[in-house]
Ligand binder design. Structure first.
Ligand code: SF4
Length: 97
């Protein structure tokens, strides 16, 4: 997805959390929590766009796209491992050609 301020405005306009107490999405700092916010996100029509935004901009705090900080770190780590594995396979496949 290509991001622009217009794209940002579009998904944010449809956010299910609009008008809700922001404190719900920024629970006590730490690795866990945000279960109430995650419940809201679960039914949000722009959950994927929201999560991708948070991952792209490395949002450090809060619940975005149904994921808290620890969830996002796990996703980033998993994606990085997948990219490394793919690169290694490609490198191994090109050896000897
Ligand atoms: S996924 Fe959650 S945090 Fe993101 S816009 Fe929707 S309700 Fe708000």
């Amino acid at each position: 997805m290509r991001y622009s301020s217009e794209t940002d405005r579009a998904w944010k306009a449809a956010a299910r959390c609009r008008g809700l107490d922001p404190n719900l999405f920024y629970p006590e700092r730490g690795d866990g929590g945000g279960d109430e916010a995650k419940e809201v996100c679960r039914e949000c029509p722009v959950q994927v766009a929201c999560l991708e935004h948070a991952l792209r901009f490395r949002e450090k705090l809060g619940v975005w796209g149904g994921c808290n900080e620890a969830d996002r770190r796990r996703i980033i780590r998993t994606r990085a491992q997948g990219l490394r594995r793919k690169r290694d396979q490609e490198t191994a496949g090109s050896v000897g050609t």
